[in-house]
Design a protein around this ligand. Structure first.
Ligand code: CA
Length: 233
């Protein structure tokens, strides 16, 4: 069970999504416009925000801006617009996923499960991965760069952790998308590009010339220098 904030001005959709979420055991707060959404975010803590973009008073883009830089709840943007550039913009602004209306209950719940699972610590024994000045504690879910803690959103962390668990090996695009975003993903290279860029801007000394998260041709990405077995390829 998670605390979820639903920001949606369409009363029918708000009611039905609320019912879907409550039936699956979540605790739900609703906001019918953007200003109410901002107030809820300031006064409560949520694991997840379901955020409509077209809202009265304060639109969803503005709400995403106010979240930037904070310890974030996960955010799934729900929007009727469904255009590719809106999707990219939402991810660029820190959303974890994007769901175009109309969507079914099963699809909504599946997306929520994946996003919430991403925010959970990796099971298993503690494991520390280091490269350059960056230290990742996979069990404690913390990232330190040159002695200072780096704040990452759950999705940023999920992607970094997937790469770091295979340090020195190339992870192909499809495997990364399935690991981080879930089994229905595989072709959304723009998700990867956006999140890799954000990780680089937070972790690399020279984000345009990365040596921590390396692009490996058209195949995928690799964390750190190649492992010896990988060098021949
Ligand atoms: Ca709306």
């Amino acid at each position: 069970m998670s605390r979820i904030l639903l920001v949606e001005d369409d009363v029918a959709l708000r009611t039905s999504v609320r019912q879907i979420l409550e039936r699956s055991g979540h605790e739900v707060r609703v906001a019918a416009d953007g200003s109410a959404g901002v107030r809820e975010l300031q006064s409560g803590t949520f694991e997840l925000v379901l955020l409509d973009i077209g809202l009265p008073f304060v639109d969803g883009w503005r709400i995403l801006e106010t979240l930037e830089g904070k310890r974030l709840p996960s955010v799934i943007v729900i929007s009727a617009r469904g255009e590719e550039r809106d999707k990219v913009r939402a991810l660029d602004m820190g959303a974890d996923d994007y769901l175009a209306k109309p969507f079914g209950a099963d699809e909504l719940l599946a997306r929520i499960r994946v996003v919430l699972r991403r925010a959970q610590p990796a099971p298993g024994p503690s494991r520390i991965v280091r490269s350059g000045g960056v230290t990742i504690d996979l069990a404690g879910q913390s990232v330190v760069r040159d002695g200072a803690e780096v704040k990452l959103s759950p999705t940023e962390y999920g992607l970094l952790s997937a790469l770091a668990q295979h340090a020195g090996q190339v992870m192909d695009h499809r495997t990364l998308l399935r690991t981080v975003w879930g089994p229905t993903y595989g072709d959304e290279r723009n998700y990867l590009r956006t999140f890799i860029q954000r990780l680089r801007s937070k972790l690399e000394n020279d984000p345009r010339n990365p040596d921590l998260i390396v692009t490996v041709g058209a195949r995928g990405y690799r964390f750190g220098p190649p492992a010896t077995t990988d060098q021949a390829t």
